[in-house]
Design a protein around this ligand. Structure first.
Ligand code: G
Ligand code: MN
Length: 308
């Protein structure tokens, strides 16, 4: 009896999930046009020059009946239905228009767009994307995860090189969380490596995360890439990233993703920027602790008599 009720509720859930997908799929195109789907921008802070040097565009879908639709499900759905290329091109066109609006007001920022692995594999998508970027007034960046190279590495690599040749700034997104491979780092002409928030958000409460972040910063620098830490949620993490020589920080501590109208106000908030870039940020334990390996710290603790 219990088993059959369990089965029935499973079937019910699966049916509801299918209906939900069908509903969203049929509404996806119209939702962008009507403004239910809109873009928000998350600022990136340059730690060397103490300025904002770019923003990442993210989509939001506020459905009138379903509420906020999870961003990842929208992307997965669009990938499954083949709508992803058209959706990304619409996002890109809107980003270029928003960038031009800010440019007219004297704000020159690099605007980043997330590109699905499916789109990286499509020559037709790359043609259209390059043509659109050719109409932009500033620097456009594409963020691409390493998983984009798994299905058809040859086509993805060739298209990645085409994007680089078109002057698009390329970032390897969510580094370390998926199928990270040093072989890709060796091959890809990327400008930027974005360390996944998985390693960054717990950096000052874990022993290993700061070591992984520090080594990744060194690795990326050795390969000539700038490093962005994603998921910076505290002052201590920001201070530690600066000590480690990280180039750029992004995360809720700096700002969540905000609408274009709020972005201009945010960028003009000098008091917030000076709090974020204050050189005297506190770091506990002291900086040396975070720059040493676990073994060196254990040895130092024995020498100081502070070892348990
Ligand atoms: O895959 P990608 O790294 O592009 O995704 C960015 C996502 O990370 C967005 O959904 C955004 O809301 C989320 N995000 C941005 N900053 C932070 C942060 O400081 N902490 C956490 N947990 N999530 C964040
Ligand atoms: Mn991204």
């Amino acid at each position: 009896m219990g088993a059959s009720r369990g089965y029935a509720s499973h079937v019910g859930r699966a049916r509801r999930a299918r209906e939900y997908r069908r509903l969203l799929q049929s509404e996806l195109d119209g939702a962008f046009a009507s403004g239910e789907i809109y873009l928000v921008y998350q600022p990136k802070l340059c730690l060397r020059r103490s300025v904002y040097d770019g923003v990442e565009a993210l989509i939001r879908w506020e459905h009138p009946n379903l509420g906020e639709v999870d961003r990842t499900s929208v992307i997965t759905l669009a990938e499954d239905t083949g709508q992803i290329h058209a959706l990304t091109l619409r996002i890109l066109a809107k980003v270029i228009a928003d960038q031009r609006t800010l440019m007219k007001r004297g704000i020159d920022l690099c605007f980043n767009v997330n590109i699905s692995g499916k789109s990286l594999g499509s020559d037709a998508f790359i043609d259209e994307a390059c043509a659109l970027v050719g109409t932009s007034s500033g620097v456009i960046g594409f963020e691409i995860t390493e998983t984009a190279f798994i299905e058809n590495p040859k086509a993805a690599l060739a298209n990645f090189a085409r994007l680089a040749a078109a002057g698009i700034r390329l970032s390897i997104d969510d580094y370390g969380s998926g199928h990270s491979s040093l072989a890709y780092l060796k091959e890809l002409p990327a400008d930027e490596l974005k360390i996944d928030k998985l390693f960054v958000s717990g950096m000052t409460s874990s022993n290993r995360d700061p070591l992984i972040v520090r080594s990744t910063i060194d690795l990326a620098h050795a390969l000539g890439m700038r490093v962005v830490a994603e998921g910076v949620e505290s002052q201590a993490t920001l201070a530690l990233l600066r000590v480690m020589g990280c180039d750029i920080a992004q995360g809720f501590f700096i700002s969540p993703a905000i609408r274009i109208c709020a972005l201009e106000t945010f960028l003009g908030d000098a008091a917030h920027l000076s709090r974020l870039t204050a050189t005297e940020m506190s770091l506990t334990p002291a900086k040396g602790f975070w720059l040493r390996s676990e073994r060196e710290n254990a040895r130092a603790a024995v020498a100081d008599g502070t070892s348990p």
